[in-house]
Design a protein around this ligand. Structure first.
Ligand code: ADP
Length: 224
């Protein structure tokens, strides 16, 4: 029987673009059995749906800049208010500014969730190499990587045969701007959590296969 406290964590996962954060988030979501809130995924869904919010944030996202705090705060609050999030949550890509962090801490305290911060650290040169090799199917969204996860049929999607493309925000100039934005805007947020009462861990995202990194994070969240 799982420990009753197991489902009551709010895991706040940090990592620069291309750090493998998305992969870790999926693994953690499964192993801890908590819903995954990714502001990036939510925003992309709005862009793809071409709704009014999608139209509003599209240009900002394409430039690799941050979407306004009030927009992402509102999206996260909606998710945290749902029944799924009552017993725990995994936050990915949020918060990225002090204003978002302060808002999040208030929301989590209200809900009585224990905050555990994980910072996935990686070498930026490796990030640039990894992201410039990333390819996506424009039809179904499947991601590939020329080095680590190539399509079985070169240049086209295995699932539907559509020609693969470089996602706009994976282009090298955009990646560099995103890494710079990550440093400038997220470092103060990391310091905010490092000084706060939250449990805070740094994990080397370059060391070992994703499964081993995932197992390590899971141990830290559960056992400290
Ligand atoms: P990555 O993790 O590689 O940056 P995401 O899919 O998480 O990619 O985010 C894509 C884009 O969505 C970001 O570049 C930014 O424009 C926007 N975004 C996502 N999360 C936030 C956030 N918490 N605050 C502001 N903008 C965000």
């Amino acid at each position: 029987m799982p420990a009753p406290s197991e489902a009551h964590f709010a895991v706040i996962l940090f990592g620069p673009p291309g750090s493998g954060k998305g992969t870790q988030a999926k693994m953690l979501q499964e192993s801890l059995g908590i819903p995954h809130i990714s502001t990036g995924d939510m925003l992309w869904e709005h862009v793809e749906a071409m709704d009014s919010l999608g139209e509003e944030v599209r240009a900002v996202m394409r430039e690799g800049k941050l979407v306004p705090d009030e927009v992402v705060n509102r999206l996260v609050e909606e998710q945290l208010s749902g029944p799924d999030a009552a017993t725990g949550v995994l936050l990915d890509g949020y918060p990225r500014t002090i204003q978002q962090a302060e808002k999040l801490v208030r929301m989590l305290e209200l809900r009585g969730l224990e905050q555990v911060v994980i910072h996935l650290k990686v070498d930026y040169n490796k990030v640039i190499d990894r992201l410039s090799g990333r390819r996506q199917c424009p039809r179904c969204g499947t991601l590939y990587n020329l080095e680590s996860n190539p399509s079985r049929v070169a240049g086209v999607c295995e699932r539907d045969g559509a020609p693969l493309v470089v996602r706009e925000d994976d282009r090298e100039a955009v990646v560099r701007r995103r890494l710079q934005a990550y440093d400038e805007q997220t470092s103060p947020v990391l310091q905010y959590f490092a000084r706060g009462p939250q449990r805070f861990y740094e994990v080397d995202g370059n060391e070992g296969p994703p499964e081993a990194i995932g197992a390590k994070i899971c141990r830290l969240v559960r056992d400290g």
